[in-house]
Design a protein around this ligand. Structure first.
Ligand SMILES: C[S@@+](CC[C@H](N)C(=O)[O-])C[C@H]1O[C@@H](n2cnc3c(N)ncnc32)[C@H](O)[C@@H]1O
Length: 395
């Protein structure tokens, strides 16, 4: 049997195990709220997309993140955070480190800049990815790998330095709602039919989801009916928990998403939820649970509000292109060797993908928070667009 056929068989067997887990939970408890379905599909131990052994990252996987393109992104982030690391003489906490490419490249650049963190901790839910991260660090930056350690939960003891996460909030499970023609709010749930296949079913929303949908429409509507979208109910607690022990430092979060009024615009009447499999967008989120990534864009107004509620100072908001152009990209371009045509071509390709508006440049955005640090230490200080988030800012 060929390697490809073996892989297809293994994928089919894995899909069947994930389906069996989902069917068992539906049999026991009834239809699953979409949030619970997404949690199981992505994170169920040994079964979920992130917790099991799928390739996920890079050309052979399902999607390419900014740090998988090459080292330009991580080098720019190193420029962005080096001042805060120097001032705090602090450490770094990365959440959701994927293949470990970012940690590897950012540590190498911080060493070049003489701004290494005292230690580098990674909060990672996936045991499989932890192993890959450790392997990549030992292979590519053996002299720095001993600074890195892994956490199961956010640190309890107070720490200072920089907290960073790229494309992690979009992997938090979301709830889905439908504003129906008669004004009713339904919740999207996942059920199983007589043949064992999963299907989406609208059920009456509970009070929390109904109220959230009504408030979102008040802020961003009126919406056409029916209007289906997502609400990240877990976000406020997540932001509060991961930042709680940061006593003094900078938080930099990068993800794809929008300010609230753009996210919940009347025209976006089926939300932003989608799957990624082998670099293709999959519209049906139930198509291959456990075998494909599931992701929803980030409501950056909600992130800003969650940070403010957690007692952080909102430092700034800007597109990814602006973040990179204001933090190191010009210096990286200026330092490129003009006689090395191949390296220049690779660099140009990365810069295009990272900054063009139709690629990652405007689809991705960055938000910063500060605690106990001067506002000038936000890498978005000169390019700030916080007003777009429409959250109340302290005077
Ligand atoms: C889309 S990947 C992004 C990886 C990496 N940051 C990058 O940009 O290449 C999401 C990462 O977050 C991790 N993750 C998802 N939910 C998490 C959570 N609640 N806490 C910590 N890590 C999480 C996943 O295992 C994975 O490493």
């Amino acid at each position: 049997m060929s390697v490809a056929a073996d892989a297809a068989d293994a994928a089919a067997a894995h899909a069947e195990r994930v389906l069996a887990r989902l069917r068992a939970e539906i049999a026991a408890n009834g239809p699953l709220d979409f949030e619970r379905f997404m949690e199981l599909a992505l994170h169920a131990p040994g079964l979920g997309y992130y917790s099991a052994g799928a390739a996920k990252f890079g050309p052979g996987g399902d999607f390419v993140t900014a740090s998988e393109l090459g080292d330009v992104y991580a080098r720019c982030i190193a420029h962005a955070i080096a001042p805060a690391l120097r001032v705090t003489a602090g450490e770094m906490l990365e959440i959701g480190a994927g293949s470990g490419a970012f940690a590897t490249d950012v540590l190498a650049e911080l060493e070049r800049q003489g701004a290494l963190p005292t230690r580098y901790r990674i909060l990672e839910t996936s045991a499989d990815l932890r192993q890959r991260q450790a392997a990549q660090l030992h292979e590519r930056v053996p002299g720095l790998a001993s600074r890195v350690s892994w956490l199961d939960a956010p640190p309890h003891e107070p720490w200072h330095g920089v907290l960073f996460a790229n494309e992690v909030i979009d992997a938090l499970p979301v709830r889905r709602f439908v504003m129906q023609g008669d004004g009713r709010v339904d919740a999207e749930a996942v059920d199983v039919d007589g043949s064992g296949a999963l299907f989406r079913r609208d059920v009456p929303a509970d009070a929390a989801l109904a109220q959230a949908a009504i408030e979102l429409e008040t802020q961003s509507g009126p919406w056409p009916r029916p209007y289906r979208s997502e609400w990240n109910a877990l976000l406020p607690a997540w932001i509060a928990t991961v930042t709680a022990s940061l006593a003094r430092g900078l938080v930099l979060l990068v993800d794809y998403g929008h300010p609230r009024h753009e996210y919940y615009a009347p025209a976006r009447r089926d939300g932003t939820l989608r799957g990624f499999h082998r670099h293709r967008v999959v519209a049906d989120p139930l198509a291959a649970p456990g075998l494909m990534d599931l992701t929803a864009s980030v409501d950056f107004s909600a992130v800003a509000q969650a940070g403010l509620d957690a007692g952080l100072v909102l430092g700034g908001y800007a597109s990814q292109a602006a973040l990179l152009l204001a933090n190191g990209l010009p210096q990286i371009l200026a330092a490129a060797d003009p006689s090395d045509a191949r390296a220049l071509a690779r660099l140009a390709a990365q810069v295009k993908t990272l900054t063009l508006p139709g690629e990652m440049g405007e689809r991705f955005a960055a938000i910063t928070f500060l605690r106990g640090l001067d506002a000038t230490l936000s890498p978005l200080a000169g390019i700030d667009q916080r007003h777009r988030l429409q959250v109340p800012l302290p005077p």
